[in-house]
Design a protein. Structure first.
Length: 244
C-alpha cells in the first residue's frame, strides 16, 4: 500500500509538472505568434492571440493547432484604391492551423470572425460635399445612425433655391455585402422640399459603398448588418495566413 501511495504521488506530481510546462509553453507561443502577426500585418498594436486545446505540446508535436483565436482592436483595412477604413474589434477563430518546422509561418485551414465599422467611419465614404441633384436643389449626407430593424438611418441636408431645409431629410436604407463591398441603398427616395428629383440623381446622394479587401491574412467580407453603434460584419476565409 505504501508503494502504491508513493506511485500515485509521483504520478500527480509529474502530471502537475506537465500541465505547468504545457501552460508555460502555450503562453510563450501566444506571445511569439502575436508578435509575428503584428509584423506581418504592420499593426500599430500587438494583437491578442489565444491558443485553445489541451495539451498544447502534443499539438505542436503533430505540427497543427486545433483552434486559435485572434483579436485586433483597431485595424486599418486598405482597398486597392488606397483608401483606408478602420475596422473595430476584429475577432477571428482559426481552425486547423498548420505551421512550418521553424515556426516562421502558419496557415489556418478555415477562419470565421466578426468585427464592426462605426457609423462615423462609414460616413466618410458618403457624399459629404453639397451636390446638385435637381433644379435649384443641392444635398449632402450629414449623418448615419441606427434606423432599427436592420436598417441605417441616413440624414441628408438639402438646400432648395438657396434656402436650407430646417432639418435633415431622414432616409431609411438597407446595408448589404456584395463580394468585398459594403453597400448602403435607400429603401425609398426622399422628397427635397417638394421638388421632383430624378431617381438616379437622388441616389447619387443617398446610396454609397465602401470596398473592404485588405483584411488580415486574406479573410474576406461575408455578411453585414446595421446595429446600434455601427455596421457589424462577419468575415470568413480558407488557407488564412497568420504569419510568414
Amino acid at each position: 500500500m505504501r508503494a502504491l501511495r508513493i506511485l500515485l504521488i509521483v504520478v500527480v506530481v509529474l502530471g502537475g509538472l506537465f500541465v505547468l510546462a504545457d501552460r508555460l509553453a502555450v503562453g510563450f507561443a501566444e506571445d511569439e505568434a502575436a508578435e509575428k502577426l503584428k509584423n506581418t500585418e504592420n499593426l500599430a498594436t500587438t494583437p491578442d492571440v489565444s491558443i485553445k486545446g489541451f495539451p498544447f505540446l502534443t499539438q505542436v508535436a503533430g505540427g497543427e493547432l486545433d483552434d486559435v483565436e485572434v483579436g485586433i482592436e483597431d485595424y486599418e483595412a486598405t482597398a486597392e484604391t488606397g483608401e483606408t477604413i478602420r475596422i473595430d474589434g476584429l475577432r477571428a477563430n482559426m481552425k486547423n492551423v498548420r505551421f512550418s518546422g521553424d515556426y516562421s509561418s502558419a496557415t489556418a485551414a478555415t477562419a470565421t470572425g466578426t468585427a464592426s465599422i462605426s457609423y462615423a467611419e462609414l460616413l466618410r465614404t458618403a457624399r459629404s460635399e453639397p451636390t446638385e441633384v435637381g433644379p435649384g436643389v443641392t444635398a449632402r449626407v450629414v449623418g448615419l445612425s441606427d434606423g432599427g430593424n436592420g436598417r441605417i438611418k441616413v440624414a441628408v441636408e438639402a438646400t432648395v433655391l438657396g434656402v436650407k431645409l430646417p432639418r435633415p431629410v431622414q432616409v431609411l436604407s438597407s446595408v448589404t455585402a456584395e463580394g468585398d463591398t459594403v453597400k448602403v441603398h435607400a429603401d425609398s427616395l426622399p422628397s427635397f422640399g417638394g421638388v421632383d428629383i430624378a431617381e438616379s440623381r437622388a441616389r447619387d446622394i443617398t446610396d454609397f459603398e465602401q470596398r473592404i479587401d485588405g483584411l488580415p491574412g486574406g479573410i474576406r467580407l461575408d455578411k453585414v448588418e446595421a446595429a446600434k453603434n455601427g455596421v457589424e460584419i462577419t468575415v470568413q476565409g480558407s488557407n488564412v495566413r497568420l504569419a510568414g
